[in-house]
Design a protein around this ligand. Structure first.
Ligand code: FOL
Length: 212
């Protein structure tokens, strides 16, 4: 009967909801990756190297864990929770733990002790969390990549489940709405470029969606 923790998904997706290709990201965008790092570590300077309980948690599936370059793994200054049905041996990794399901990860002490909890992928976990009723995430930090690029892995199309699309009505059923840029900045705790960002041959914009 413990309360569901508030969980934020963070993801970069094309207009076709493409998020991955060949087991990795379809692009290399250092500026966008810096945004991911800054958001998930937290603007709070004391989070850097601070006690585990003052850090944020990042929850990810086993394939996403394996997709992170070994030199960046575990993601620094964050509690890393890896979901794998079979279990994965992360016992030699600092700040890392293995969990048999998303709900098990969410109810673990490393989540409860964390400041903010981020779901960082991949497609299987995003889909499980977004299609559950009620959804297991109540906020999505979506970087919308408006340049077309080939992908073989896709995000559940949660943004079409809005009041405008007739998903409302039934009492208490929550729908997704896009937050204002100011709300996004208040949530992440730092200034974020508004509107179209250009990096290499790509264009994207930072969005936040909330369940309301
Ligand atoms: N969300 C967003 N907005 N962009 C992403 O690229 C993204 N990627 C994932 C999940 N959510 C995302 C999953 N994939 C690293 C690599 C892959 C990855 C997530 C993180 C990674 O190496 N991160 C380092 C930064 C490394 C660098 O500076 O290049 C980190 O410390 O966060």
């Amino acid at each position: 009967t413990s309360a569901r923790p508030s969980v934020t998904a963070i993801v970069a997706a094309t207009l076709s909801n493409g998020i991955g290709k060949d087991g990795g990201l379809p692009w290399r965008l250092p500026g966008e990756m810096k945004y991911f790092q800054k958001v998930t570590v937290g603007a709070h300077p004391s989070a850097q190297g601070g006690a585990a309980s003052t850090q944020n948690a990042v929850i990810m599936g086993r394939k996403t864990w394996e997709s992170i370059p070994t030199k960046f793994r575990p993601l620094a200054n964050r509690q890393n929770l890896v979901v794998s049905r079979k279990g994965i041996d992360v016992s030699s990794e600092p700040s890392s733990s293995s969990h048999s399901s998303l709900s098990e990860a969410l109810s673990s002490p490393s989540s409860s002790a964390s400041q903010k909890i981020f779901l960082i992928g991949g497609a299987q976990l995003y889909s499980e969390a977004l299609t559950a009723s009620p959804p297991m995430v109540d906020r999505v930090l979506l970087t919308r990549i408006t340049t077309d690029v080939e992908c073989d892995t896709f995000l559940d199309d949660f943004t079409s489940r809005t009041a405008e699309n007739g998903e409302e009505g039934r009492e208490g059923k929550k729908v997704w709405r896009i937050a204002s840029h100011k709300e996004l900045e208040e949530y992440v705790g730092f200034e974020v470029k508004e509107g179209e960002v250009e990096e290499k041959e790509f264009k994207y914009r930072f969005e936040m969606w909330v369940l309301a």
